[in-house]
Design a protein around this ligand. Sequence first.
Ligand SMILES: Cc1ncc(COP(=O)(O)O)c(C=O)c1O
Length: 381
Amino acid sequence: MSAGNPTSLAEVATPALLLDRDRLEANIRRMEMRATQLGVELRPHLKTTKSVDVARLAAPSGRITVSTLREAEYFAQHGFRDIFYAVAINPQKLGRVGALLAQGVRLLISLDDPAVAAQVAQAGRALGLVFPVMIEIDSGEERSGVDAASPDLLAIVDALRSGAQVAGVFTHGGHSYLGRSIEEHQAVAEQERVAVTTAAARLRAHGCGNDLIVSLGSTPTVNHARNLTGVTEARPGVYMVYDLFQWDVGACGPDDLALSVLTSVIGQHPSRSQLVIDAGAIALSKDLGTHGPEDHAVPAYGLIADAQTGQLIADLHVHTVYQEHGIVRSQRPIDFSAFPVGRQLRVYMNHACLTAAAFDQFHVVQADNPEIALWDRVNGW
Ligand SMILES: Cc1ncc(COP(=O)(O)O)c(C=O)c1O
């Protein structure tokens, strides 16, 4: 921690990305308990936090998932050696993947296409490397991945026979975000489980060996899965910090929200019943909340909380965003004397991953610790 760290929020230039370390650690502990109950290893997804300080807390095993090669390179530089890059590989990037493999990093790449599998194997032979490959299975989200019963699955395996090696199968039941009840999340978790265990069984019967990684996960499905028999690892990510969207889908409660944007009031307009803050579309993203539980049913770009306590201020929400301006309104009359220009506030965001991507660092706050730590993040590709 450098000598120059701020010791009060008043010293922090806004907008800034605030991370509540107590909530972060509680969220991490709860997910570790879930993984233990379910009998799976955790391979946390760092796509939201993109921070080595967070990774050291969330992934003491050193086993992580990332969403960009830039993240893989950054975590490798910081000593992580078991990294799964869980976005379909663009063969153009195999040189960068090969460089990490040559440094001794076990970088698992993913694909879902026999032609790409052939290109990967050919590149492996040309570079004298063996690319470890996770085959993506679709479990109902219909984003990427092959069907567990598809002939393409075995065609991919056949294309990977030399220059590459099948490390396992994975799926992401992102359609869990459409559910709003525990039963719906449980049903998607079971779709994920059936998809990857079916695919793994086909691979074993096709000569792929018995030590395949069988990987699944989204935060709502891992939070609510009843049973993960046959699965070896889970890859939730946003659970470390949560966001309003995860609250909306029932994956967390308001006291679990660990990430917020520290902002300042920069204007008051009682005649328009609105405040202006210095967090707009860049700082918050334009991801609009979905349905919202009853206590924040208004579509908004974020909910306003007290800067010091992090407690929500009833009804106050970000109604409109411009590039650098946010317009704050309420369903009730606003007491403008309580919100002078310069007052700091927190904004809980709809989508933590997109909001965080606008910031290069976290300002880390913790009860009983007056010093605000600065933790780096890695953005870009
Ligand atoms: C492939 C993959 N695995 C895991 C996750 C983590 O899911 P969540 O953000 O719900 O924790 C994601 C999120 O997008 C993903 O794309």
